[in-house]
Design a protein around this ligand. Structure first.
Ligand code: GLN
Length: 236
């Protein structure tokens, strides 16, 4: 059985492992640097990136994670995982937390606001649909979600989101800062840069396995002919 590592310090790692299982792939919980040597692709889940970073530091995971990314092995960060992979993080409560980096972008933490401003929306993801088929849109679950504000030339934008002005929470409370936030009409919420995939939302919390299948194909964990499923999952 094919195996994929899932960073299991905190957050929604169990949900990723369950989604992988639905595709016939075993998700292995990763907590120690040496365990990264045993896998060829890795998912960094959503959760709380400051807590996750503290735990990663405690377990001395940062050098091994950076090496893993730099080796060109497929890595997918969802939500807090995206923050981990970004070269630069900005926004609320970003207190110089350590990042793995590798993804040439600036991510804004908690861009859409706090927990009660979490939301779900239908996202157009043309590249995902062209590779995986299925419905034209993907249900994006945004929980205290970050957004990508700018990307480097190597980064392919897979999905963006038109931001209603009442959803925008600028970390800059100056009049100028708020004005800029209101003028911002679209933010980036899914990207790919070579071996790195990153989504601001949580595909593992839906019954739609197309993002997992897309990621597994990046690392040849499953073949191009494999198909994803969009079946209701019984939560036990
Ligand atoms: N806002 C969280 C953070 O900055 C991420 C939220 C999530 O992963 N759902 O860590």
């Amino acid at each position: 059985m094919a195996v994929v590592g899932v960073l299991a310090l905190q957050g929604s790692f169990n949900e990723h492992i369950a989604a992988l299982r639905r595709l016939g792939v075993k998700g292995v919980e990763i907590r120690k640097p040496e365990q990264l040597l045993t896998i060829n692709s890795l998912i960094i889940p959503g959760g709380e990136s400051t807590t996750m970073a503290k735990l990663a530091e405690y377990f001395n995971l940062f050098p091994a994670l950076r090496e893993f990314v730099q080796m060109g092995k497929p890595v997918w960060g969802t939500c807090a995982g995206l923050i981990f992979l970004a070269n630069k993080a900005t926004g609320q409560k970003t207190g110089g937390q350590e990042l793995v980096g590798g993804l040439d972008c600036t991510v804004h933490r908690n861009f859409f606001g706090s927990q009660i401003q979490s939301f779900e929306t239908e996202l157009a993801v043309p590249d995902l649909v062209s590779k995986e088929g299925g419905p034209e849109t993907f249900r994006g679950v945004f929980i205290r979600a970050p957004a990508i504000l700018d990307v480097g030339p190597e980064v392919q934008v897979l999905a963006d989101y038109p931001v209603p002005s009442d959803k925008v929470l600028s970390s800059d409370s100056s009049v100028e800062g708020q004005k800029n936030a209101e003028e911002q009409s679209k933010v980036i919420v899914a990207v790919r840069q070579g071996n790195i995939l990153a989504t601001a939302f949580h595909p593992e919390l839906t019954a739609d396995t197309r993002w997992h299948s897309y990621f597994l194909k990046m690392g040849n964990v499953i073949g191009e002919e494999a198909s994803s499923s969009i079946v209701p999952v019984e939560v036990t």
